[in-house]
Design a binder for this molecule. Sequence first.
Ligand code: NAD
Length: 327
Amino acid sequence: MDKEEAKKELESLREKLTKWSREYYVLDAPTVEDHVYDENYKRLLELEAKFPELVTKDSPSQRVGGRILTNFTKVEHEIPMLSLGDVFSKEELADFVKRLNENAGADFGYNCELKIDGLAISLTYEDGIFVKGSTRGNGTIGEDITENLKTINAVPLKLNEKISVEVRGECYMPKKSFVDLNKKREAEGQPVFANPRNAAAGSLRQLDSKITAERNLSIFIYYLMEPEKFGVKTQSEALKKMASWGFRVNGESRVCSTMDEIDAYLDEYQAKRAGLEYDIDGIVLKAEPFTVHELVGNTVKVPRWAIAYKFPPDEQETIVRDIEWTV
Ligand code: NAD
């Protein structure tokens, strides 16, 4: 492929991906399946890697998330809220682990976590009291959704300790709530949500918190910001610490030391996926030691010390069928 052809294809990819991102992040109404987005995005990355001079500032590879809705107050994230790099095969996952271990010059464990399919949120506490909650937005600027988050039972309004802390996690809609909500909307002649992720996003970004309160949302917290303040040195310790303060932390994570253990975790949760009460679209591997996080840092869009393995697309259909049969 020559440069002229690449330029044309990149323009078309950017246009498609930008349209799909807007539908997904801003309108909460995607028109294509995630794997279609992912395949086109991967192609964009391939072409940009081959022709770096064709990378534009507005390329989806240079942006995190979507645009911010103007009807919410803006919140600046002092520490950007990033996305995650992703891989689609065990080989790519093994390559990531090998490269990271080489770059960091050591072997270390990985905390394997479920990749909850919701939307990222940030919660700030002052002296143990919940003071601010926001969406990821475009990574540096998010939307202030404090009042809506206060309606979610799993968001602690007060912690067990009088600490000042920022944590991040995922807000999601349980599968059962999603099915019930869509049934209700259908009966009322309203458009149904495409999936629990979009239903959660639509429910959280409501100007009337009463609507959010009716939607049965929940959260899992998975990031502790500035862990050094609390003497925490690894991701698994951070999860335990946050649980001890009163945060809802997913109980299915596990520290794995070898690639065999990581593969076993992946297989186990791919098999358990349909039976979970919430949607997951993959697993996330995070280097256990925070010293590694500091050492390798982040790109503009993703941390270099973590990766998401995304499940193959056909699994999703099974889940939708399962919900229909079980509810
Ligand atoms: P992502 O969803 O692929 O992964 C990053 C996100 O994972 C984080 O921001 C966080 O919210 C979430 N997450 C869940 N569990 C986590 C855990 N345990 N630890 C850390 N993070 C966890 O990335 P994204 O930037 O939110 O979205 C990009 C993806 O969205 C695309 O790959 C695509 O699948 C989908 N998308 C789809 C469309 C569409 O039209 N269908 C459009 C745009 C994006």
